[in-house]
Design a protein around this ligand. Structure first.
Ligand SMILES: Cc1cc2nc3c(=O)[nH]c(=O)nc-3n(C[C@H](O)[C@H](O)[C@H](O)COP(=O)(O)OP(=O)(O)OC[C@H]3O[C@@H](n4cnc5c(N)ncnc54)[C@H](O)[C@@H]3O)c2cc1C
Length: 331
């Protein structure tokens, strides 16, 4: 296994539960510290593809299983609201997959002055406790994680500065580094990267609030949710000219902060002073879909927004690692 993000850790947990010998290589000192960093994420069934709605439904059930194992709820079932242009497409996909949904949003539900355009309410959505997920997976498979950087992968071998390791199967779940690591064995994945920053603001009222994906016409498109007591975090999808890889992290962070603070000032009821920032690399060409690629014993996975699928994605990868198959792409 290459990478101890949520995908690698979830896959390792499923493989260990199946009685397999597993070794996870992680280049940093911590687990779930790159794209899986931070305390929380949005969970939702609301996708534009019925297949992804069904996969997320399976993940919802699997998160209940993780909550039981953790002895604490890992999903706050506060729901998720989608507003704007693609809400009808998501509603159609949810209807086709038999997922519960509605179009009724009471005034004052969200910390905003107004919601524009069509609205979709996903009552199965909510906010994932990523700290809790990290604690659970570290307790279950932390001992099989080796903090060594993988320098190359060949057919059935993994090289690190400390040695060369042979394996029946090598699962590459190295997040942003997966395309470059998998390319030498003939696996091609989207290479493009952008910078992304999520910003946290103070939320005046601290009752339950649904997560929100706001693509209201005329606004920058955002996702936002409660990330702790009195805290509301907002990330925006910005034009690539503002967050391009070539312009660098600093320029992208400044441009992102300007755009998100402007959005918060104009549309939200939060205090628009930034309390916290969470940076990550973002793959602009993958959307909500998941790509699986295999070359002999090497199986690679790549996608965005994978936290919400993590428990079921780990099972999918573990099954494919054991039987030599390649899961079909999703979405
Ligand atoms: C700000 C932000 C908001 C998000 N919001 C949502 C959301 O609301 N809902 C949702 O579902 N998802 C969301 N996501 C996306 C989701 O968190 C990620 O898709 C998911 O965590 C990715 O997990 P991963 O295991 O694929 O990658 P990562 O967590 O990046 O793990 C890959 C690991 O591989 C390691 N690695 C890399 N190269 C090597 C190497 N050569 N050798 C050894 N180890 C290596 C890295 O150090 C890293 O730990 C968000 C992400 C961010 C950052």
């Amino acid at each position: 296994m290459v990478g101890a993000g949520v995908v690698g850790m979830s896959t390792a947990a499923a493989l260990v539960a199946a009685g397999e010998d597993v070794l996870v290589f992680e280049s940093s000192d911590v687990v779930m510290g790159e794209r899986s960093a931070g305390s929380s994420r949005i969970f939702r069934l609301a996708h534009t593809d019925p297949e992804l709605v069904r996969y997320a439904s399976r993940a919802r059930t699997a998160f209940d299983g993780w909550s039981t194992r953790a002895g604490t709820p890992l999903l706050d079932p506060c729901g998720c609201v989608v507003s704007g242009t693609d809400a009808p497409d998501r509603a159609r996909a949810m209807a086709s997959a038999g997922a519960p949904h509605s179009f009724d949003l009471a005034d004052g539900t969200l910390p905003t002055r107004s919601v524009e355009g069509p609205v979709l309410v996903d009552p199965s959505g909510g906010v994932l406790d990523v700290d809790g997920v990290r604690r659970l997976l570290s307790a279950e498979v932390g001992t099989v994680v080796h903090h060594e950087r993988v320098t190359s992968i060949d057919e059935g071998t993994v090289s690190t500065p400390d040695g060369i390791y042979a394996a029946d199967t090598v699962v590459v779940a190295a997040g942003a580094d997966t395309p470059a690591l998998a390319l030498p064995v003939g696996i091609e994945l989207p290479q493009a990267l952008e910078h992304h920053v999520r910003f946290t603001f103070a939320l005046p009222d601290d009752g339950p609030v649904p997560a929100w994906i706001d693509a209201s016409p005329g606004r920058v498109s955002t996702y936002q949710h409660r990330t702790g007591p009195g805290r509301w975090s907002v990330g925006a999808t910005l034009p690539s000219s503002l967050v391009s890889w070539e312009n660098g992290q600093e320029a992208a962070s400044v441009a992102s902060e300007r755009a998100v603070v402007e959005y918060a000032t104009e549309h939200l009821t939060v205090d628009p002073a930034v309390l916290d920032r969470l940076y990550c690399t973002h793959a602009p060409d993958t959307g909500d879909g998941i790509l699986f690629r295999r070359s002999g014993p090497v199986l690679a996975v790549y996608g965005e927004n994978l936290m919400k699928f993590a428990p079921v994605l780990g099972e999918t990868l573990a099954a494919a690692a054991r039987d030599g198959s390649t899961p079909p792409d999703l979405g």
